[in-house]
Design a protein around this ligand. Structure first.
Ligand SMILES: CC(C)(COP(=O)(O)OP(=O)(O)OC[C@H]1O[C@@H](n2cnc3c(N)ncnc32)[C@H](O)[C@@H]1OP(=O)(O)O)[C@@H](O)C(=O)NCCC(=O)NCCS
Length: 169
């Protein structure tokens, strides 16, 4: 399995880009009629995983989600649009960016949230295995690719810091 995947050619970002659209229902809202943050996080995870699966053609687990800010509330009856794109594939992991908008009944769109998720490709025994490289084509995809490399350095430093803190306890 590992060898098969590592021999696969790089795949363009456009091949795995994914979108999900939802209308917010009352059972997904708080008492003020606004979408619950946890529900939106679930949709972000699912949309990100869709793009990751399409790129890796593999089972995946979510290893981490970077900080998520909710910029504006989304009301019951409004539409939520989530778009996910693989920013960069590393060895066994990949970073997916998910951007979220809300659309009112009048059709006005506004940016709600953005998130970066790291997924790891695993086999059925939960062992990580290599993923195909990603091929950024547009200027925006190339910028996201570069930025993902910088974010990975920050994450790797944090993982190392936590490991060191655990081993010194
Ligand atoms: C994610 C997981 C497979 C990593 O296992 P591990 O033993 O740390 O494996 P490795 O050290 O070989 O790392 C594998 C990859 O995961 C990445 N990784 C591990 N922890 C990470 C984290 N917290 N954030 C981002 N990437 C992480 C590593 O950088 C590595 O990527 P690379 O191969 O592209 O360099 C393991 O921690 C796991 O199964 N976690 C549970 C995932 C899950 O159940 N998620 C659902 C929510 S509960």
């Amino acid at each position: 399995m590992e060898q098969e995947l590592s021999l696969l050619p790089a795949r363009p970002v456009s091949e795995s880009q994914s979108e999900m659209t939802h209308m917010v229902l009352p059972n997904e809202a708080n008492p003020l009629g606004a979408l619950l943050g946890g529900t939106l996080m679930h949709w972000i995870d699912l949309t990100g995983a869709l793009a990751g699966h399409r790129h890796a053609h593999s089972l995946l687990v979510t290893a981490s989600i970077d900080q998520i800010d909710f910029r504006i509330p989304v009301q019951v009856g409004e539409i939520v649009i989530l778009r996910a794109s693989v920013n960069r594939a590393f060895r066994t992991s990949l970073e997916v960016g998910v951007k979220v908008w809300r659309e009112t009944l009048a059709g006005d769109r506004a940016h709600v949230s953005s998130a970066y998720l790291t997924f790891v490709a695993i086999d059925r025994a939960f062992r990580p295995h290599p993923v195909p490289r990603i091929l950024p084509e547009t200027e925006e995809q190339k910028r996201r690719y570069q930025d993902a490399g910088r974010r990975r350095e920050i994450r790797q430093a944090e993982i190392a810091r936590k490991k060191a803190a655990r081993s010194s306890r």
